[in-house]
Design a protein. Structure first.
Length: 150
């Protein structure tokens, strides 16, 4: 993967988009004191280079009833990590799947509407071939969640 070079103007545009991806390009230009055309061209370039991967809504999952959040550590039998990760990542409740170092191979962040739903998911994951062990932590309070600021 090649690292894409971005300058201060690109970073400023990205920060505005992180805050409000629906902000009109003319308004972004006005806010950053640059032309609409510059904003348009910079965004197009960053989309083509894969810096901007897409646009989405930020949803308050708690307001949608997903108030059970867990962090699950998973130990996998050697050589089967990608296979298991793909299976886990296909679940709609899974927010993130990470390869990690240390005692466990994978970290999963997932959200559920109930502990019953969470329990069902955990039992399902534990039946997957090549899953050796899991360790689950229930998130009690979320202080911060979202994208990094640039």
């Amino acid at each position: 993967m090649n690292i894409v070079q971005v300058d201060d103007t690109d970073v400023n545009i990205l920060n505005v988009l992180l805050h409000d991806a629906k902000m009109p390009l003319r308004e972004i230009g006005k806010k950053l004191n640059i032309s609409f055309v510059t904003v348009l061209n910079r965004i197009k370039r960053m989309e083509q280079e894969g810096v901007i991967k897409g646009y989405s809504a930020r949803i308050d999952t708690k307001r949608m009833g997903y108030d059970t959040c867990v962090i699950i550590h998973v130990r996998i039998a050697k050589g089967k990590m990608i296979e298991v990760e793909k299976k886990i990542a296909s679940s709609r409740q899974v927010v993130a799947v990470y390869d990690t170092t240390g005692e466990y191979d994978i970290v999963i962040v997932a959200k559920f509407k109930s502990t019953t739903q969470m329990d069902s998911f955990l039992k399902k994951v534990q039946t997957y071939e090549f899953v050796e062990r899991t360790n689950t932590a229930l998130v009690l309070h979320t202080m911060k969640e979202g994208q990094i600021g640039l």
